[in-house]
Write a protein that binds this ligand. Structure first.
Ligand SMILES: Cc1cc2nc3c(=O)[nH]c(=O)nc-3n(C[C@H](O)[C@H](O)[C@H](O)COP(=O)(O)OP(=O)(O)OC[C@H]3O[C@@H](n4cnc5c(N)ncnc54)[C@H](O)[C@@H]3O)c2cc1C
Length: 501
């Protein structure tokens, strides 16, 4: 008599893409007994959760921290594994500096310590923050299980589920993150700092629905932010080690460009040089909207349609190996200007000069000393910029990088520019080309109400019953924990399809 696992060994899944979504799905399926094969266009695994090594320095390529660490625990537990990497909660979460000031606001999770940072500029801060976070927290717990961590089979089913969310939260669907903050706080600095969560979603606080104030609750109260000992790429390395034990084979430098079909089912995907990969199930980890356009040529996902959808901002990233230790920099730093409203309102459409950009700086060597040679710092800079629809030409990239580094030198009081040992720049064109990100959008599709839940590209294909999707642009959304949830949701679909659950 065959066990479930032995029966499933007869089934094979091909996963297109080795981002966190693809790797976690591969692990879940392999542990359930599926034979798994993966193809990846880049030369190494991880997708955006990647790593750059250069001249003795190691850089996290994009994600530098994550929330909702319990989603990683769920992944490992569901695969019968111990946590294969060590994560450490951040405290303070990050530091924020405004142009023209030497001061860094330290964002602590502890409310009284946090209140002390703002006591001069926001009277009654602690009480106000408590009320703000309580309201965001109620919403988070009211939607986490019934909306975020769930599959939907139809828009109707999704709307029915939404109707179960207490009506008291409805105004947060209409208001923006900024107007929600406006109801609690007076100080512009406070509002700007706590609206940064919208930028984590690749958008601005003026066009992100206030439902996403739940991110303030997850960062400040619920589970905080976490870093990984040894660098964020440890997540990928540890998943690869486990996949190897499960016999999962990965073909690198292999880009899927076409497919074959028969009787309404996919029979194989083909790569650029004509190799065909076959399986029973296909899981697409490439961007779910981009793939439906580029590979399946679906009219409703044509380039014209994709361009009309709302995409998150593009990243402009710089990786610097710097000689010298910079004591004035913190582990995670945000550098803001003095024209926040104008900047946020215009940045999407390239209507603002990038001479005085807003940017984030991560000094990996503060937390992982081995990421830089002794006496040096490993620095990653992220500046959100317009995507390629609005700024297709990045021939001015060196100039923008120079501006940012100059600004960082002035604000940190350290001559970063003269001490650079190695520099790598990724502009939106690089991001688009490297990982097939539509118009270079960094976090994928935005999270407007009409691009959420059942209104987001589905995690199963509209036409082929043996094709599924996982990752940032399908449900539930972008960011590392969301992508891990996405892998659970798609695995659930595949297991249901195979009548295992
Ligand atoms: C600059 C930046 C900073 C970020 N910071 C954070 C952070 O601090 N915390 C956080 O939680 N999240 C962060 N994110 C978001 C996070 O990185 C993503 O949400 C997540 O990594 C997406 O994973 P994924 O599996 O959906 O897709 P990806 O990582 O994009 O993986 C998809 C893979 O598919 C491959 N692929 C695409 N097309 C094909 C094809 N045709 N054939 C074969 N392979 C293909 C790609 O090369 C890629 O490897 C950040 C993102 C960026 C860009």
């Amino acid at each position: 008599m065959l066990t479930d696992k032995q029966i499933l060994i007869m089934k094979k899944a091909l996963i297109i893409g080795t981002g966190l979504g693809g790797l976690s799905t591969a692990l879940r399926l392999a542990k359930r007994g599926y034979t798994v094969e993966m193809v990846e266009k880049y030369h190494q695994a991880g997708g955006r959760l990647n790593q750059i090594r250069k001249a003795g320095f190691t850089f996290d390529m994009a994600p530098t921290f994550f929330s909702m660490s319990y989603e990683f625990r769920e992944l490992m537990a569901s695969c019968g594994m111990d946590m294969p990497f060590e994560f450490v909660e951040l405290d303070p979460l990050y530091a924020v500096n405004f142009a023209g000031s030497k001061r860094y606001y330290q964002i602590h999770k502890n409310l009284s310590r946090l209140a002390a940072e703002f006591e001069n500029i926001e009277p009654g801060f602690e009480e106000k923050m408590k009320r703000y976070l309580t309201s965001a927290g109620k919403l988070f717990h009211d939607v986490e299980d019934i909306i975020i961590r769930r599959n939907f089979n139809s828009k109707m089913g999704y709307l029915q589920q939404m109707a179960r969310v207490p009506w008291g939260h409805a105004p947060k669907m209409i208001r923006s993150v900024w107007s929600e903050l406006d109801r609690y706080f007076e100080s512009d600095e406070v509002k700007q700092i706590f609206s940064l969560v919208a930028f984590f979603l690749g958008a601005t606080p003026f066009d992100t629905p206030a439902v996403y104030t739940i991110l303030s609750y997850t960062e400040m109260v619920h589970d905080g932010y976490h870093n990984v000992k040894g660098g964020m790429y440890r997540i990928v390395e540890s998943l690869l080690e486990e996949l190897k034990k499960e016999g999962v084979h990965i073909h690198y430098n292999t880009e899927i460009t076409g497919y074959t079909e028969q009787n309404g089912r996919i029979t194989g995907f083909t790569d650029r040089v004509g190799n065909t990969f076959t399986a029973d199930h296909y899981v697409v980890n490439a961007d779910a909207a981009w793939f439906r356009n580029a590979i399946f040529k679906r009219t409703e996902y044509s380039t014209e349609h994709l361009d009309k959808m709302k995409w998150t901002l593009a990243p402009f990233t710089i990786y610097l190996g710097v000689k010298g230790k910079i004591d004035t920099l913190h582990h995670h730093n945000y550098y803001l200007g003095t024209n926040f409203r104008e900047y946020a309102g215009k940045i999407f459409k390239n209507q603002i000069s990038l001479n005085k950009p807003y940017y984030y700086v991560n000094v990996n060597s503060k937390f992982n000393p081995e990421s830089a040679p002794e006496g040096c710092e490993s620095i990653f800079i992220l500046c959100p910029v317009p995507d390629l629809r609005y700024k297709p030409d990045w021939s001015d990239r060196e100039e923008l990088a120079r501006n940012i580094i100059q600004d960082l030198s002035e604000r940190s009081g350290y001559d970063v520019a003269s001490n650079i040992l190695t520099q790598t720049i990724y502009d939106p064109v690089d991001w688009e080309k490297t990982f097939n990100l539509h118009r270079g959008s960094g976090l994928g599709l935005a999270h407007d109400l009409n691009q959420m839940g059942a209104f987001r590209p589905k995690n199963y294909d509209e036409k082929f019953p043996n094709v599924f999707y996982v990752g940032a642009s399908t449900t539930p959304g972008t960011g590392l924990p969301m992508v891990v949830i996405s892998s659970r949701l798609v695995t659930e679909r595949i297991l249901k399809h195979d009548r295992v659950i």
